[in-house]
Each structure stands twice: as C-alpha cells, then as structure tokens.
Ligand binder design. Structure first.
Ligand code: NAD
Length: 495
C-alpha cells in the first residue's frame, strides 16, 4: 500500500518527496555523498519509507565546514541592514510555505500536523526576533577607564556548527541558527538522521530567496560519523548540540580538544509540584496535555508529578479520565491528538521503561503498552501513568515518551527535596494559587527553568537552558543567546 493511498498529501509535498534520494545541501547546491550510501527516512505513523537521504563521511563534513568558512567573510561584511533584509525575506518565505513544511515535518517526525505548523511559525517568529535584536545591538562599547582610551568591539565568529535531535527538527533549527545568522556567522546544520527533510527544504528555500551560497548549509548522515566529524572539526568557531546527555558528553569532549566553545542543550526529568489549593481537574488536564503532547518526546516535559497527599486520589481520577479521551492517530488525521513515537527503537525504549519500572515495583495506574491505529502500522504507544517510589528506574531516567510517574508529598519542604532529587536540571513547574509559595518553590527547584501554573512555556526574550545533566553553555532564546554569537575584542590605548 502506498502512502498516498493512506493519507492525502499536498501536491507540493508529493513533488518534494519525489525528488528522493536527497543529497545534502552545501554552498547553495546539492552536495551528494561520494559513497552513494543512503539512509531511509520513514513516516513513523505508517512505517512507510518517505525518502532516502545521503550519508556523508567525515571528509565530506570537513569540506562542508570549509565551504561555510569561505562564505563567512562576505556575509559578515554585509551591513546589518542588508543582512537583516535577506533574513527577513527568508522568514517571510518560510511563513508562506508553512503548510508544506508543516506537512513534511508531520510525516518525517510523526508530529500532529497542526503542531508542526506551530513549530514552523515558531521558526519564523524566532528568526524575526533575533534579526530585530541584532538590528539594535551596539557593537562598539566605550569603556570609562582612567588613563586609557578603551573600548570593546564585537564581531561574528565564523562558521558555527549545529547538531539537532529528531523531536522538534524545524523549531530547534530556528532557535539555534537564528542568532548565529543575525550576528553575521555562517552555519552548518546536522539534523538527526530520522528527520532531515525539513532542514533540506529550508536550505533550498534559503537559496531561492537570495541567502548567499554557503551561509546556510545542511549536512546529512549518521551521528557517529557525520555528527562526530562535525564536532571534531577544528575549524568550526562554535558548536551547539541539542540531544541526549550521553552524546552531549562526546560532543563536549571533541570540542574541548579543539577549544571550540560549545553549548549543550540536553535531556530532562522535570517535576510538576502540585499543591492542594489548585483546581484539581484543570491541573490534571494541563499535565495530561503536556505529557501526551508530541507523545511525550519533549525534553522539558513534566515526567515526575508530585502531588500533595490530600488531593492525590482525586487528581489521579481526573488524569485517568483525561487520558482515556486522548485520540491516538496518524499525524495527518485532523482528529488525532497524539501521534506515534519517532521510530521502533524509541517505541521499544518507552515500552521497556514501563516494563522495567513495574518490575522494580512501580504500580501502573493507567494505560501503557503498544497502541493500535486502524489502517496504520506505526510506532504507536498508549499514554501511561506509573506511581511509586522515586528511586524507581522509570522515575529517575529519561523515558522520552507519554509516561508520567506520580508520587505523593506532604510538605513544601519535602516537595522541593523530591523535585531536586535528580541528576537532571532542565525544567520544573509548581502549581498553586498562593503566589508567594509559587515563587519560593520556583526559585528553590534546581533547574534552568521554573514555570508557575503552566508547563512548557516559551517566550522569545526568556532564556531557556539546562543545568547539571541537562546542559551547559548559556541556553537559547534570549538577548544573551545573540551575544554568544559575537566574539569580543578589547581595544586599549594608554593615554
Ligand atoms: P541523540 O543525542 O541521540 O542525537 C542527537 C543528534 O546527535 C542527532 O543529530 C544524532 O545524529 C547526533 N549524534 C549521534 N551520535 C553522535 C556522535 N557520536 N557525535 C556527534 N553527534 C552525534 O538525541 P535524540 O535521540 O535525537 O534526541 C533526544 C534527546 O534530545 C533527549 O535526551 C532530549 O531530552 C534531548 N533534547 C533536548 C532539548 C533541549 O533543548 N534541552 C531539546 C530537544 C531534545
């Protein structure tokens, strides 16, 4: 059975997919792998092969970095106004092509189509945000130092590298490359091997709207070869990696050897601390919404739900009621609320943690196991609620699926200690009507981000990053992120 007999594709998406196999895109043109090796990219919702992408080797990655480095001086030399005009043209073009990119992303990443459209809009908003900031940055700052004429001068670094995961491919590209490009750097993007299609579409579109050749480059291939070569390349001026802590350590080590500054945006095991003064039903609905959003494949998700004892039973009952209503289906079906997980390996990981967690004593309060969707053989899993001791493997390790782990607490102090009993430090939330308590708990939880009466909150201008096993290097989405993409020179003349 062909994919087009199962789902309705936009003609533009069908035409795009018919171009398979896809070479990488470097220096404004297709950049094929010399070996002819290909990687299949699969629709997780149907198991059908969407396309094949070229699998670059290390020498080819190094060549792409050289091309990005060669393109740097001319891009950096443009006035900010000229550069901004080109980037805003790209933002407009992405917005105009939103339905097409969203459908490509929905098929490639198994993402509900409306959510994929939100990701594409987020890319557009992020690019416009950083261009707006870069237009206002003072590059020269006079320093008031007695006896010296002194100032600092900021300029872009050169070719910057980006390695991305598969869960938010297009949105994360926007978060990563927008500040780098706006500041005048060129970029080499290595998308995840499962989800490279939207990046390739972007690179082609960038060339069409006049982004100079070599400014936005996309290299495809396997992490252990292409990703490793990119992170070990001594000519890149900055590295940004988003993905698992295990690979983040390898990337950090490789960059350390070359003294290349590195940003690591890694996994999480966030807590939601729910006090007994909340609207219990509304809070249960919000947290079930968060854990089932993109099938729980969200780094900053609340996966440990810490509930004050006296509302625990009522809270669990509302969660179960809410989970029962989640419509699991193919990402292109408008009725679907939760799609598949990205690949069979991820499916096994999610199901495996449910089994390991229960074997170690966790109680399954609801759901779990594989899910079936009529007419589709995809990687579908049921959402699940586990409960028990927080020492349990399912409470300690990142599952990256629609699985929440519940535990009871008594006092505020105990809740904070439970939330902080983790190796991670990405994002937590606190739920209460008491604003003083909310602020106290939000500041006491050890993580890069604390949200109040909400989870997964992102606003341009609010820094987002992790601490401990969740990341290092400054994070994304804020003025500071833009400044990371300028290097600073101090200039001094003794008087
Ligand atoms: P992953 O670490 O397996 O892969 C991420 C990227 O690294 C991919 O492009 C992969 O090809 C590449 N890679 C793999 N091995 C490599 C190597 N040896 N050297 C260099 N690159 C290599 O992660 P994933 O499974 O794609 O994504 C899930 C993880 O990403 C989760 O831990 C999730 O929490 C995290 N994540 C974090 C954020 C954040 O902002 N903090 C956002 C999204 C995802």
């Amino acid at each position: 059975m062909s994919l087009t007999s199962q789902v309705e594709l936009l003609p533009e998406v069908e035409a795009f997919l018919n171009k398979s196999p896809f070479a990488s895109f470097v220096g404004g043109q297709e950049f094929p792998s010399g070996s002819g090796e290909l990687i299949a990219t699969i629709d997780p919702g149907s198991g059908q092969t969407l396309a094949e992408i070229h699998d670059l080797n290390a020498a080819e990655i190094d060549r792409a970095v050289d091309i990005a480095s060669d393109a740097f001086p001319a891009w950096a030399k443009l006035s900010q106004g000229e550069r901004s005009k080109i980037l805003l043209r790209l933002a407009d073009a992405v917005e105009q092509h939103k339905p097409i990119i969203a459908q490509i992303e929905a098929l490639d990443a198994g993402k509900i189509q409306a959510q994929a459209a939100g990701d594409v809009q987020n890319f557009v908003d992020t690019l416009r945000y950083f261009v707006g900031l870069a237009d206002k940055v003072e590059l020269r700052t006079k320093l008031d130092v007695p006896g010296h004429d002194a100032w600092t001068f900021k300029q872009p670094w050169g070719a910057c590298a980006f390695i991305f995961p598969w869960n938010f491919p297009f949105l994360l590209i926007g978060w990563g490359i927008s500040p780098a490009l706006a500041a005048g750097n060129t970029v080499v993007i290595k998308p995840a091997e499962d989800t490279s299609l939207s990046a390739l579409y972007l690179a082609q579109l960038a060339t069409e709207v006049g982004v100079p050749d070599g400014v936005i480059n996309v290299v495809t291939g396997r992490g252990a070869v292409a990703g490793a070569a990119l992170s070990a390349n001594a000519k890149i001026k900055r590295m940004s990696f988003t993905g698992s802590p295990e690979v983040g350590q390898l990337v950090g080590e490789a960059c350390g050897r070359n003294l290349v500054p590195v940003k690591l945006e890694l996994g999480g095991k966030g807590a939601a601390v729910v006090f007994d003064d909340v609207d219990v039903k509304a809070t249960a609905e919000a947290l079930v919404g968060a854990i089932t959003f993109h099938s729980g494949q969200v780094c900053c998700d609340a996966t440990r739900w810490l509930i004050q004892e006296d509302i625990y039973d009522e809270f669990v009952a509302h969660c179960i009621e809410q989970m029962k209503q989640v419509q699991i289906g193919h990402p292109l079906d408008p009725q679907s609320q939760m799609g598949p997980v990205v690949n069979p390996k991820q499916c096994q990981r999610v199901l495996g943690y449910q089994e390991k967690g229960q074997a170690a004593g966790a109680e399954c309060l609801y759901g779990g196991g594989p899910a079936t969707v009529d007419g589709f053989t995809g990687n579908y899993v049921n959402p699940a609620l586990l409960a028990g001791d927080l020492e349990n493997v399912a409470a300690r390790e990142e599952i990256f699926g629609p699985v929440a782990y519940l535990a009871k607490f008594d006092s505020e102090e105990q809740a904070i200690a439970m939330a902080n009993d983790t190796d991670y430090g990405l994002a937590n939330s606190v739920w209460t009507k008491d604003n003083d308590r909310a602020a106290r708990v939000a500041e006491a939880m050890v993580a890069g981000n604390s949200w109040i009466n909400a989870h997964n909150v992102f606003a341009h201008g609010v820094p987002y990053g992790g601490v401990n096993k969740s990341g290092m290097g400054g994070g994304v989405l804020s003025v500071e992120t833009l400044m990371d993409y300028y290097r600073s020179t101090s200039v001094v003349r003794p008087l």
